[in-house]
Design a protein around this ligand. Structure first.
Ligand code: FES
Ligand code: FES
Length: 161
């Protein structure tokens, strides 16, 4: 089996994978980074979103064997250095952006990418960007509010629109 080395959350990490092993499987089963969730395994739900070389990717849609030398960031690496929640994670907590939490790692990773490319997104832009992330229990307003708050925008005024 091919051995690959990736920089995962700032640490060089090696593992052996089959050519058919998906990144989502490699993260969860080989490396025990189970914060990346698998909801569909068919590139539909967005629960498995991670960042590969700085871009949000559905990790069930790429083969791990193709990522030798890549930089991968997962939800496990998102907290602040002191272990506290980062601004996006805290906003999800503060604005009821989750209930069961299954979709949340993917939502947070997608939100991080969105705020990197668009630091002050409108509500419509957030909803459009999250088109590939499905939540089955919270509803989307709390998630949208959380991302508005994480971007420093006024959530109550948005909710009142
Ligand atoms: S598990 Fe990857 S998109 Fe659903
Ligand atoms: S919080 Fe339960 S699926 Fe989104």
């Amino acid at each position: 089996m091919p051995k690959i080395t990736m920089n995962i959350n700032g640490r060089e990490t090696s593992t052996e994978v089959e050519n058919r092993t998906l990144l989502s499987t490699a993260l969860r089963e080989n490396l025990h980074l189970t914060g990346t969730h698998i909801g569909c395994d068919t590139s539909q739900c967005g629960a498995c979103v991670v960042h590969v070389n700085g871009k949000a990717v559905k990790s069930c849609s790429v083969f791990a064997a193709e990522l030798d030398g890549a930089t991968v960031d997962t939800i496990e690496g998102q907290a602040n250095a002191d272990g506290s929640l980062n601004v996006i994670q805290q906003a999800f907590q503060d604005h009821h952006g989750l209930q069961c939490g299954f979709c949340t790692p993917g939502m947070v990773m997608s939100a991080a990418e969105l705020l990197k490319v668009n630091p002050k997104p409108s509500e419509a832009e957030i909803r459009d960007y999250l088109e590939g992330n499905i939540c089955r229990c919270t509803g989307y307003q709390g998630i949208v509010n959380a991302i508005m708050a994480a971007s420093g925008q006024d959530v109550p005024s948005i909710a009142a629109e």
